[in-house]
Design a protein around this ligand. Sequence first.
Ligand SMILES: Nc1nc2c(ncn2[C@@H]2O[C@H](COP(=O)(O)OP(=O)(O)OP(=O)(O)O)[C@@H](O)[C@H]2O)c(=O)[nH]1
Ligand SMILES: [Mg+2]
Length: 253
Amino acid sequence: MAAEKSDKSVLLELLATSQNGDRKALARLITLAENQPEDFEEINLDSNSTSHILGITGAPGVGKSTTVNALISFLRKEDKSIAVIAVDPSSPISGGALLGDRIRLTEHFLDSKVFIRSLATRGHLGGLSASTALTLKLAALSGFDYIIVETVGVGQSEVEIMKHAQTVVVVMAPGMGDGIQASKAGILEIGDIYLVNKSDRDGAKETAKELEKSLHLSPRRGKWQPVILLGAMEKQVGIEELVKTISDHREAL
Ligand SMILES: Nc1nc2c(ncn2[C@@H]2O[C@H](COP(=O)(O)OP(=O)(O)OP(=O)(O)O)[C@@H](O)[C@H]2O)c(=O)[nH]1
Ligand SMILES: [Mg+2]
């Protein structure tokens, strides 16, 4: 069923309201961007936004959403505003189902300085990367201090999506940091920060050591050298250091 083309004036009005902090307007814009990205072609979405776009990626179940949750709790104490965009390249499910299953962020749902949204594929991965880019621009126009994009998995489409982030945090967990898996997915090239989560479990230090060896074999060109951190995000262990390293990376950009 062909959707009706949105009127340019409608989009501009929604943009103006979303920039004034109206989250419903932002949510509507994102839905339009997902369904009819071509409607935005003639609209200037450039901003001199100071939002820090943070990418969180890693294999299923390593604790990405738990890390996002810990980041939100920490950053809210500093009165920062945060938008979370959860992208699931493998799932055709969108909206509430994904959020309910994957993100345990219910404690933040009523906080007006926290905006949470998920995006899912409608059958084409290239389209997902494009609608993610558009969504990030829309969120930046709304002036969030941090925009966090979480992707599930470690395949090529995640690598594509992570290109839209300024700082990429790759989350790993003990026993899942098997070197071959990591290099196959290009994970060694994309991380600015590697968080070995679940450090309350056995094997976290070994995973970190193995990762360090693999990273040495994969030298970077820029001046930033990837940092490996240990943490247990479920109990917010290491969150302060994570936030500090994220800021350091931004300054080094
Ligand atoms: N022991 C331990 N478990 C943790 C820690 N952080 C997260 N977990 C658990 O790991 C499981 C997965 O956590 P999520 O945050 O949903 O992981 P995810 O990477 O977002 O998962 P997907 O989005 O499904 O890929 C949950 O059962 C968490 O409770 C931690 O620091 N220590
Ligand atoms: Mg998750």
